[in-house]
Design a protein around this ligand. Sequence first.
Ligand code: FPP
Ligand code: MG
Length: 310
Amino acid sequence: MALVDVCIHQNLQSDIIIIPAIGHYIVNSGGKRFRPLLCLLTARLFGYHGERHIPLSVVVEFIHTASLLHDDVVDSSDQRRGSPSANGVWGNQASVLVGDYLFSRSFQMLVSDGDMAMLSLMSNVTNALAEGEVLQLSRTFHLEMTEAECLEVIERKTAVLFKAASEVGAHAAGQSPETVAIMAEYGMCLGVAFQLMDDALDYMAEAEDAGKPVGHDLEEGKITLPLIHAMQGDAELAVRVEEISERGCYQEGDRAWVRQRVAAQHGCDFTMNRAKDYAARAKSLLPNDVDMDVRKLLADLADFSAHRPY
Ligand code: FPP
Ligand code: MG
């Protein structure tokens, strides 16, 4: 992970000083480096001791960082990881453009790696990620959203990058297509668990702990699983959500009222239980004829994704 940090900083260098300024601001802002860790551990699971997975894990982190820079503009969010978001400090234009820089730098790094299979994998993943965000946008205030539709958005906007991280690690370690596919599925399940927790935390956490605004998803028109589940058992809540949707914003007291009704219907418990199911499935996919210490760490990462407090 120390080598990952060195590689990140090397690849943020540019003579256009706002690029390293924003780049360093966001990569040093206390992110968990979850995706690079997943990539390195997956490679190690199969005994890989080369160095190729270091820049490849940075590619995954840069695509993630670029997507956050864009996401905070799209969501009009002014807080990320407990600090003002990059768009809150430098404005929307600079955030979008530096996101583009990180995104294109990722592809330069993939070309340097020189493996067409890796380039194909990462270009498909990035395309799926962008599709996932557009799909989510097209389902803004889609009040009839089903659990299956909600999971489709989650897989496409979030889980694909976790899938890519473990897929890249297994591929770099020279594993067979079958094993790479199993590790891809592990990453996908872990990623779904991670986003389901994110969706539960939006209705549960305090903003200071989450490091970003909470109770924000509904106001943005994101109909997530805690709310879907709660609306099924609470007709009054469904009516209030429809009113919020027609108005397009909260009125005084809406946020706290909705949060309380979601809690009364156990919307977050339901969502967290789904997250735990996905984490259990991820763990069950881990192969046995591998480095058992690393396997344990990957199992712990799956558990963390479904239990994390932030
Ligand atoms: C966070 O979701 C955002 C994502 C998981 C993906 C964002 C992707 C894009 C904006 C498009 C792709 C961009 C590039 C450069 C390829 P969230 O808003 O639910 O979570 P949050 O609460 O952390 O903001
Ligand atoms: Mg967002």
